[in-house]
Ligand binder design. Structure first.
Ligand SMILES: Nc1ncnc2c1ncn2[C@@H]1O[C@H](COP(=O)(O)OP(=O)(O)OP(=O)(O)O)[C@@H](O)[C@H]1O
Ligand SMILES: [Mg+2]
Length: 242
């Protein structure tokens, strides 16, 4: 088997008394879309913060391909090819959509690149070309979600982490985001998705990792996860029946 693009090994993150991530291990195969799901506060965004270098694990290791990356600064990881979309869209409101996306291109993966061409390509892929000249602050939530993705795509990632890209979107807008994620994956980019919209998760994911209160309680393809009693119990708040 080829080396996974991302591997967590026994990763624990403590915030004083609180264990936000508890001995979590999983691997994202290269070229796949994997999803990290779980109730509010399960530790999903914490894992994104650990993988992108915003936080360092209290214990355990994280590998990007064959390279150990836990504790590596965020800027270095961006240059190595890890890009991220935030749960709360954070555009530069006064800058145009194009300028926002250009920032992703400027601070992205190392190597020769034509910033203007990369920016235009990311705008086109996310369906934002016609809005490129507008201030980002004018965008509706649906377009802001696309802008978050466009900025990350412009960074030419090897691994894209998307934190709730469908939050607050209707069914049509959600479908558009799912389509964009598939297009990104079809270009060979590996995707790790955090998303509460279960229909979207089930449709788009090759593998799903389920967190509850910091611990990984299930992992597998969508059809296995959908019927897993531990997963159902975590979501419904009932005791799991063994
Ligand atoms: N910087 C921090 N300092 C202290 N506690 C934190 C910090 N970041 C997260 N936590 C806590 O860690 C736990 C996991 O939070 P996290 O944001 O990872 O959850 P999540 O799964 O992304 O939830 P949601 O679905 O609501 O976004 C929560 O109890 C949260 O309050
Ligand atoms: Mg979160």
């Amino acid at each position: 088997m080829s080396t996974p693009i991302l591997r967590l090994e026994h990763v624990t993150k403590r915030f004083r008394g609180l264990v936000a991530t508890n001995d979590v291990s999983f691997a994202v195969p290269e070229g796949s879309i994997c999803s990290l799901i779980g109730p509010n506060g399960a530790g999903k965004s914490t894992i994104f913060n650990l993988v992108t270098g915003y936080l360092a694990p209290s214990e355990g290791h994280i590998f990007f391909g064959k390279t150990r990356i836990d504790g590596t600064p965020t800027t270095q990881l961006a240059r190595a090819g890890i890009a991220r979309c935030f749960q709360i869209a954070k555009p530069f409101a006064d800058l145009s959509v194009r300028e926002n996306v250009r920032i992703g291109a400027l601070f992205g993966r190392d190597g020769a690149r034509d910033i203007a061409a990369v920016t235009d390509d990311a705008l086109a892929l996310t369906g934002l070309s016609d809005l490129a000249g507008r201030p980002a602050g004018d965008m509706t939530v649906g377009y802001l979600r696309r802008l978050e993705l466009a900025r990350a795509i412009a960074a030419r990632p090897v691994l894209l982490l998307a934190d709730e890209p469908c939050a607050g979107l209707n069914a049509t807008e959600t479908e558009d985001i799912v389509t964009i994620l598939r297009l990104v994956r079809d270009r060979g980019v590996s995707v790790l998705l955090v998303e509460h919209d279960m229909q979207a998760v089930m449709r788009v994911s090759d593998q799903i990792f389920v967190l509850d209160a910091g611990a990984l309680i299930a992992a597998g393809p969508p059809e296995a996860i959908a019927g897993d009693p531990r997963v159902i119990a975590a979501y419904l708040g009932t005791e799991a029946v063994e």
